[in-house]
Design a protein around this ligand. Structure first.
Ligand code: ZN
Length: 168
């Protein structure tokens, strides 16, 4: 169990860096279709605006942040550069990683303080950390080593995503 299934209300009440208006305007994902047992955090993009949302559970409390997606590099005329997601650190899924910026919570946020991080654009980190490691990554074909490798990646994702959200 990583994220207990959350209700729409729990999600809307979880945001620590959003105004009432932003919270009420947030689009939510289809909660019924999610595989909660395989999520270290719940992340999704807004269906209409360049916003993303990430909710982690910290000490049994759902804590969410609203993130603004920085414009893709392609908009600046350059080719989209590959980047490593700071949360899942997947070395293979590097083409679809975006800079997301979160307004800090409370007084700092009202003064305009923000924190940015690179995250998989579609918030597929939990899927990435569960992929089968390549032989080069693992250095063997041993199934136990593979399980441990994936468990370490899951734990890393859990702690990095929680650390970012807790710091907002
Ligand atoms: Zn990721």
């Amino acid at each position: 169990m990583h994220v207990n299934p959350l209700t729409e209300n729990e999600i809307r009440n979880s945001f620590v860096n959003a105004s009432k208006r932003e919270v009420s305007q947030a689009s939510l994902p289809d909660l019924e279709s999610l595989d909660w047992d395989r999520l270290e955090y719940l992340g999704w993009r807004d269906s209409k605006r360049p916003l993303g949302y990430a909710v982690v559970v910290i000490d049994d409390v759902a804590t969410g942040v609203i993130l603004r997606a920085a414009p893709p590099a392609t908009a600046l005329g350059g080719r989209r550069r590959s980047a490593i997601c700071a949360w899942c650190e997947d070395p293979i899924e590097t083409q679809d990683v975006s800079l997301y910026v979160a307004k800090r919570g409370g007084a700092a946020g009202r003064k305009g303080d923000t924190v940015g991080t690179l995250i998989c654009t579609e918030f597929i980190c939990s899927k990435n950390v569960r992929r089968k490691p390549t032989f080069t990554e693992l250095g063997s074909d041993d199934p136990t080593a593979r399980e441990q490798f994936i468990a370490r990646r899951i734990e890393g994702l859990r702690s990095r995503s929680a650390k970012f959200v807790a710091a907002i």
